[in-house]
Design a protein around this ligand. Structure first.
Ligand SMILES: NC(=O)c1ccc[n+]([C@@H]2O[C@H](COP(=O)([O-])OP(=O)(O)OC[C@H]3O[C@@H](n4cnc5c(N)ncnc54)[C@H](O)[C@@H]3O)[C@@H](O)[C@H]2O)c1
Ligand SMILES: O=C(O)[C@H](O)COP(=O)(O)O
Length: 634
C-alpha cells in the first residue's frame, strides 16, 4: 500500500502556530498586515484585507479595481463616491492623519475610510493609538520609528508621507513589518524651489534684518547694503527636482549655475546650461551654495568644519533640504570667522530648534520654520497626491510612489498578473513536496521566455514564489514589501535564471520552473537526477497550470487542490482513482497522465475541488498499481 503523504500531517507539528495548514491561511489567520494580494491583487474582484479581529473576506475586504497602479501623481481629486464599493458594508479602513493635511486630500480619504486627524501627538500617544489604524499619514514632524511599527501589531498597512523627504520614517523597519511607505514627491517641488529663491534674494539684500530694524524704529540704510546676484556663481548641491528648478530660476536672475549630484544625468544639466562638477569644485568656487539633496547616512553633516574651510571666504549658504546635512555647530563657527558670510535656513537638525540656538540667533542668519512646501497650492497638491496613493495602496494597488516596494508600470502588472498567481502556487506546491516540509535553503527559479532577459521584470514573481514557499511552513507574513527581507531572514537563497526560448514574445513568459535544491521529496517522482525537487508551470488561457513534476510532463489546472500519483502505466487507472473520488463526493476538475514509456511508470495529476478525507486518500493508496501519491493543498 502506498501511504498518503499529505503535507498537512507533516507540517502541522512544526510550522503554523495555530496547528493547521490551509490554503489562504495568510488571509484568515495571520496578523492584520496588508497581504501581498492586497498590494498587488491577483483577484480582479476583491482584495482581501484582514480586519482588526483577524478575520477576512468580504466583510472587511476592500473592493479593488484590479491590477493597476494608483495614479497618485495626478492631482485632480478623486470623486469620493467612486472610492468604495457601495455594496461593501464591512468596516471601513481607518486612517490616522497626524499632521495638517490639505482639505482636498482629507475629502478623498473620508470618501474611503474613517479618518482621524490627531495633530501634535507625542511619540507615546502615537504608539498607543497606532494599532487601531490601517494607514498613517504624516509630514516631516512625525517620527515613524521602529517602535511605532512594533506598536502597530501588524495592523498598519501603509504610511503615507505627505511630502518628499522620508528621513522621518524608519524604512528598514517598515519593510520588515511589511508596511508600504508611499510619498508625494512632486507636488511641492515648485514651492520648495520658490522658497529657496526667496531665501537667496532676501539673504543677499538683508530683507529680514532690515525689516526687523525698521520695525524697531530704525532707518539704517548704510548698515544693510547687500550683494548682487547677477554674474555670481551658484552651486546647487543635489540636482533633482527642487535643485533643478532652483537652477532654472537662478539662471533667470543672471547667475552662473554649477551643480553637484553624483546621480544626475549630464545631458539634463547640459540642456539647462548647468555644469555638473565635483563636490570639491562646487564648494570651492561658489559664491552661493544651495542645498537640495536628501538626508541619508552619506549626506549627514556633509557640510562640516572641513568642508567649510575649503569654501571661498564670504560664501553664502541656503538650505531648504534637510538640517541634518549641515553640522550646525561648525556652521556657527564658520559664520563667526567670516568664512561663511550669511546663511538662509528653512530646515534644522532638530525641529523646532531650541530657542537658544546660536545658529538661529546669529545676526548673519535668516531663518524660516520649515516653510519650503507651505504654499496653499503645494499643500492641496501634496494632500491629494498622498491621499490617492494611500487609498490606492489600501485598495490593493501598487503605488507609483512606493518608497520600499518595486514600482511596476501598470501595463507590466497587467500582463504579469496570471504569472503572479502561478508563481505563488508553484512556491506552495514545491514546499509541500519537501519531505518534512521545512529546511528549504536554496531555490532556483528558471523563467523561460521568448523575450530579451532585460525585458522581464521578475521582482513580483520572485516575491510571490517566496511567499508561496514561506507562508505554508511558518507564521510569517510575506508581501511584496518584505519578501526579499523575509527570504534573507529565513536563510532562503533564491537564484534566478532567465532562459530565452524560440517562442512568441507576445506573452511575457513561457514557463516558470521552481527547483528546491538538495532536499528529499515526499513524492520521489518530483526529484530530478541532480537531486532537486522540480516543478514547472505555465499559464494557459489565463489559468495557471502545473506542467511538469520532476521529469514527468503533466497538465493540470492549478485552481483547486492537486493529487499526484505515481503508478504502473496500465489500462483503467484513471477510472479506478476517479471512481474512488466520485464515491467520496470529491469533484475532479482535471486529470492528466504523463508517462516515461507505455506500460512503464506514469504520473497522474488530478485536480480536485475539495480536500479529500483521510479515508479517501487511504483508499487511493490501497490501489495496488499506485506506488506513491501526495495530496497538495493550494
Ligand atoms: N524645505 C522644504 O519644505 C522642502 C520641500 C521639498 C523638498 N525638500 C527637501 O529637498 C530635498 C530635495 O527634494 P527633491 O524633491 O528635489 O528630491 P529629489 O530626489 O528629486 O532630488 C534629490 C537629489 O539629490 C541627489 N543626491 C543624492 N545624494 C547626493 C549627494 N551625496 N550629493 C549631491 N546630490 C545628491 C539625488 O541624486 C537627487 O537628484 C529633499 O531633502 C527634500 O526632503 C524640502
Ligand atoms: O520633504 C518635504 O516634502 C518637505 O520638507 C516638506 O515637509 P512638510 O510636509 O513637513 O512641510
Amino acid at each position: 500500500m502506498a501511504s498518503a503523504t499529505s503535507p498537512s500531517s507533516s507540517i502541522k507539528a512544526s510550522a503554523s502556530p495555530n496547528g493547521t495548514f490551509s490554503s489562504n491561511s495568510n488571509y484568515s489567520k495571520k496578523p492584520n498586515r496588508i497581504s501581498f494580494a492586497s498590494i498587488i491583487n491577483p483577484n480582479p474582484i476583491s482584495a482581501k484585507i484582514c480586519n482588526s479581529n483577524g478575520s477576512s473576506g468580504r466583510s472587511g475586504s476592500i473592493v479593488s479595481s484590479g491590477l493597476k497602479v494608483a495614479e497618485s501623481t495626478g492631482i485632480a481629486p478623486l470623486d469620493a463616491k467612486d472610492l468604495r464599493d457601495p455594496a461593501d458594508s464591512g468596516p471601513r479602513p481607518t486612517i490616522l492623519v497626524s499632521e495638517k493635511l490639505g482639505e482636498a486630500g482629507l475629502k478623498v480619504l473620508r470618501g474611503f475610510g474613517e479618518v482621524e486627524c490627531l495633530y501634535n501627538l507625542s511619540p507615546e500617544e502615537l504608539r498607543e493609538k497606532i494599532s487601531s489604524f490601517d494607514a498613517l499619514i504624516v509630514r516631516s514632524g512625525t517620527k515613524v520609528t521602529r517602535q511605532v511599527f512594533e506598536a502597530a501589531k501588524g495592523r498598519l498597512k501603509v504610511v503615507g508621507r505627505a511630502g518628499v523627504g522620508i528621513d522621518n520614517v524608519d524604512l528598514p523597519a517598515a519593510t520588515e513589518f511589511g508596511c508600504l511607505v508611499v510619498n508625494a514627491p512632486t507636488a511641492n517641488t515648485v514651492a520648495a524651489a520658490e522658497h529657496g529663491i526667496a531665501l537667496l534674494t532676501s539673504m543677499a539684500r538683508n530683507v529680514a534684518q532690515s525689516d526687523a530694524s525698521m520695525k524697531a524704529g530704525k532707518w539704517e540704510r548704510n548698515k544693510y547694503v547687500g550683494v548682487s546676484l547677477v554674474g555670481k556663481t551658484l552651486a546647487v548641491i543635489g540636482f533633482g527636482k527642487v535643485g533643478s528648478e532652483v537652477a532654472r530660476r537662478a539662471k533667470g536672475l543672471g547667475m552662473h549655475v554649477i551643480a553637484h549630484d553624483p546621480y544626475a544625468a549630464a545631458d539634463r544639466a547640459r540642456a539647462m546650461s548647468v555644469d555638473l562638477v565635483s563636490f570639491h569644485e562646487a564648494i570651492c568656487t561658489a559664491d552661493f551654495i544651495s542645498l537640495h539633496m536628501p538626508l541619508t547616512p552619506t549626506t549627514k553633516n556633509v557640510f562640516n568644519e572641513q568642508t567649510f574651510s575649503k569654501m571661498k571666504k564670504g560664501v553664502r549658504i541656503i538650505n531648504v533640504a534637510r538640517g541634518g546635512v549641515i553640522d550646525e555647530e561648525a556652521l556657527v563657527r564658520a559664520l563667526d570667522s567670516g568664512v561663511v558670510a550669511q546663511a538662509a535656513l528653512d530646515v534644522f537638525a532638530e525641529e523646532p530648534p531650541s530657542k537658544e540656538s546660536k545658529l538661529v540667533q546669529h545676526h548673519n542668519v535668516i531663518v524660516t520654520p520649515h516653510l519650503g512646501a507651505s504654499t496653499k497650492e503645494a499643500q492641496e497638491g501634496v494632500a491629494i497626491e498622498i491621499a490617492e496613493a494611500v487609498v490606492g495602496a489600501l485598495n490593493g494597488e501598487l503605488s507609483a510612489t512606493a518608497v520600499n516596494a518595486p514600482m511596476v508600470p501598470p501595463e507590466i502588472l497587467t500582463e504579469l498578473a496570471p504569472y503572479v498567481v502561478l508563481a505563488e502556487k508553484l512556491g506552495r506546491l514545491a514546499v509541500q513536496l519537501v519531505a518534512g516540509g521545512g529546511g528549504v535553503q536554496s531555490v532556483k527559479v528558471v523563467y523561460r521566455s521568448a523575450r530579451d532577459p532585460d525585458d522581464l521584470d521578475t521582482r513580483l514573481l520572485r516575491a510571490m514564489i517566496i511567499k508561496g514557499i514561506i507562508e505554508p511552513i511558518s507564521s510569517s507574513f510575506v508581501n511584496l514589501v518584505n519578501a526579499d527581507h523575509m527570504a534573507k531572514q529565513k536563510g532562503l537563497r533564491i537564484s534566478e535564471e532567465r532562459v530565452t526560448i524560440d517562442s512568441s514574445p507576445e506573452s511575457p513568459l513561457d514557463s516558470i520552473q521552481v527547483n528546491i535544491s538538495n532536499m528529499d521529496s515526499k513524492f520521489a517522482s518530483a526529484g530530478t537526477e541532480d537531486g532537486h525537487i522540480s516543478i514547472e508551470g505555465q499559464v494557459k488561457d489565463g489559468v495557471p497550470h502545473l506542467t511538469c513534476v520532476g521529469t514527468f510532463d503533466v497538465d493540470v489546472s492549478l485552481e483547486g487542490n492537486v493529487i499526484l500519483c505515481r503508478q504502473v502505466d496500465q489500462p483503467g487507472m484513471i477510472g479506478i482513482v476517479g471512481n474512488i473520488l466520485g464515491q467520496h463526493n470529491v469533484n475532479v476538475s482535471f486529470m492528466s497522465v504523463g508517462r516515461t514509456a507505455p506500460r512503464k511508470q506514469a504520473i497522474m495529476a488530478i485536480g480536485v475541488d475539495e480536500a479529500p478525507r483521510k479515508e479517501t486518500l487511504d483508499e487511493i493508496g490501497n490501489v495496488p498499481a499506485i506506488e506513491e501519491f501526495v495530496f497538495l493543498d493550494l
